[in-house]
Design a protein around this ligand. Structure first.
Ligand SMILES: [Mg+2]
Length: 333
């Protein structure tokens, strides 16, 4: 049997037992966007790590090294955001093949430092090693959050309203445009969403300070896949309304021009790095209004948490369709 036979998440479930020997200080280990553990103070520490592998996550020739550095930091910051935390310090491990020039590497680090400086994060060190063929960048980020503000995947309650802090599907469309270089004109927002995702750290902090926000995750693999983590960890289900999906005007134009379905892009497109959150229905309207006032953008309502144990989407005519998580899976894709 190979890894691709069980997938990334099947593999994680197999290695999950027996990892925790001293549970006393662990709030959350495997199974969320970052590990959460208690410190001496009333703050919890957050630790997350994410690896970008050439030809799996990026094509070296098609990526500017500066953007690659920024993205490798941003994807980690997004996981801290999903826990409601403030990011604080980072480590960078890199495996470098002979075919990578020093100029390229320095640009990668310039991008990493640019993103780190934007959010006031130290880079404390890391490991540099050789690689036979592919460039590999692994970033780890430490953050903090007050113990009573941690946002977990497992906190969703039946009846909660489901929100996204931004548009969905843009990044997948941006990737498509980059892979077909001649089609990129007029779709800068989509290309930008793919190349330079913005971690929603401020949005995560806002959500974490609202006690009526029950659960959160960042959209890295795609709405259906990441929402799947929330319903599994929360032992719930979810229903999404197609006509409420946050689809940008550029994504609509892109889909009508090239004959794609924007609903599928929003449901299954990955790497948007918005936050999905679930909110007590009695406070949903007020929190969405506060969000809009603070950020000048809507908090997009897209559905609700149910007891069905699965994800369903409702079409414009009211038809209900079950969906399997169809987002990105590195081994099955
Ligand atoms: Mg995540």
């Amino acid at each position: 049997m190979k890894l691709k036979d069980i997938g990334e998440f099947g593999f994680i479930e197999r290695i999950r037992p027996d990892c925790i020997i001293r549970p006393e200080h662990i709030v959350k280990a495997i199974g969320d966007d970052a590990a959460v553990f208690k410190t001496e103070s009333d703050r919890c520490m957050l630790l997350t790590t994410d690896m970008l592998v050439e030809r799996v996550h990026f094509i070296r020739k098609a990526t500017s090294p500066f953007n690659l550095g920024r993205k490798s930091m941003a994807v980690n910051l997004s996981d801290i955001a999903a826990m409601g935390g403030n990011a604080s310090d980072a480590f960078v491990n890199i495996a470098v093949p002979d075919t990578v020039d020093l100029d390229f590497l320095e640009e990668v680090y310039r991008g990493i430092k640019h993103s780190a400086a934007e959010f006031a994060i130290n880079i404390l060190g890391g490991d540099t090693t050789g690689s036979r063929k592919d460039l590999v960048i692994n970033v780890a980020v430490i953050g903090y959050v007050a113990a009573d503000e941690v946002l977990l995947r497992s906190g969703a309650k039946i009846g909660d309203v489901l929100f996204s802090t931004g548009y969905l599907g843009n990044s997948r469309a941006g990737l498509h445009l980059l892979q077909n270089a001649s089609e990129g004109d007029g779709f800068e927002e989509l290309v930008q969403a793919h190349c330079l995702p913005r971690p929603h750290l401020n949005e995560g902090r806002f959500l974490a300070t609202q006690p009526q926000v029950h659960a959160a995750i960042d959209v890295s693999d795609g709405l259906s896949s990441d929402l799947g983590h929330i319903i599994r960890e929360s032992a719930a289900g979810a229903r999404i309304y197609a006509d409420r999906l946050p689809i940008s005007d550029q994504l609509k134009t892109f889909c009508s021009r090239f004959g794609y379905d924007p609903i599928q892009y929003a449901l299954a497109g990955g790497e948007d790095y918005t936050l999905l959150c679930t909110v007590d229905p009695r406070h949903a309207e007020a929190i969405a209004a506060d969000f809009r006032q603070q950020f000048g953008r809507p908090l997009f309502e897209l559905g609700e948490i149910t007891d069905s144990g699965r994800i369903e989407w409702v079409d414009a005519a009211g038809g209900i369709h079950p969906i399997e998580p169809t987002g990105w899976n590195h081994f099955k894709a």
